[in-house]
Design a protein around this ligand. Structure first.
Ligand code: KIV
Length: 271
């Protein structure tokens, strides 16, 4: 237990129990210590040290330039500020391109404070997921819009709108659960597909742009605070600071809105 942890750490079991009880939980990104402390104190169950840092911290146009060294630097800072949230670390682009690379890099992230790691992909990451899970590393599989594949996808579009893609995503989600994934994250998918996947899995499903029916929601902290260089925010984003007078109260309002199923509302949802 670190110096900050007088309350018990949120574990994969905690999240699994919340799903079993039908209670929603929250995830927020953080990249540094002070905001990590505020987010954890506000009761956010998971802090994600996301490779979105490439865009919101480093100013790149995509997440692709983020390196293991970048991720480790931000993870260590977040870890020092965290109180008792579960710390999830993104595996950067190409850091899990082979099984050997995945084992090495996931191990390094765990040794630098992560409690779980997140990988983007479907069927192709099943084998990796199994290998990591068998070695004691909880995996969150990120499906739907996977920003590390932006050059192949061709843009930030909603995924799973046609029947073939939809069936494929349901089958991939089930395969990832069978392979040993502890969590699934769905980004930018129609809400009815996210609902079907959430109901057909026993592991918790976290959504962003995936409607209100997933077990949990994730947001990028900059979006929650309305800080953006973009002219137009994505549909699924809500600026909580616009209705609150501090960062602390904005994060607490996000937690409350998710738990009470007020966020995401219809206006933030793809159908
Ligand atoms: O890197 C990140 O912040 C993410 C979230 C958008 C889910 O993957």
């Amino acid at each position: 237990m670190s110096a900050h942890q007088s309350q018990s750490l949120v574990t994969i079991n905690t999240l699994q129990n919340l799903k079993a009880k039908g209670e929603k939980f929250t995830c927020l990104t953080a990249y540094e210590s002070t905001l990590a402390n505020i987010i954890s104190q506000a009761g956010v169950e998971i802090i994600l040290v996301g490779d979105s840092l490439g865009m919101v911290i480093q100013g790149h146009e995509s997440t692709l330039p983020v390196t293991m060294d970048d991720l480790i630097y931000h993870l260590r800072n977040v870890s020092r500020g965290n109180v008792n949230s579960h710390l999830m670390a993104d595996m950067p682009f190409m850091s899990y391109a082979t099984k050997d690379a995945a084992l090495l890099n996931a191990g390094i992230l765990m040794q630098n404070g992560a409690h779980s790691i997140k990988l983007e992909g479907g069927h192709w990451i099943c084998d990796l997921t199994n290998t990591l899970a068998e070695r004691g590393i909880p995996v969150c599989a990120h499906m739907g819009l996977t920003p590390q594949s932006i050059n192949r996808i061709g843009g930030y579009f909603v995924q799973g709108r046609d029947t073939d893609k939809r069936d494929e995503m349901i089958s991939e989600a089930k395969a990832l659960e069978s392979a040993g994934a502890s969590l699934l994250l769905l980004e930018c998918v129609p809400s009815d597909l996210a609902k079907e996947i959430t109901q057909s899995l026993s592991i918790p499903v976290i959504g962003i742009g995936a409607g209100v029916s997933t077990d949990a929601q994730v947001m990028v902290i900059h979006d929650l605070l309305g800080i953006s260089c973009l002219e137009k925010s994505p549909k699924f984003v809500k600026n909580f600071l616009a209705e609150n007078d501090s960062i602390q109260s904005s994060v607490k309002a996000y937690v409350k809105a998710v738990k009470e199923k007020q966020f995401p509302a219809e206006e933030h949802t793809f159908f």
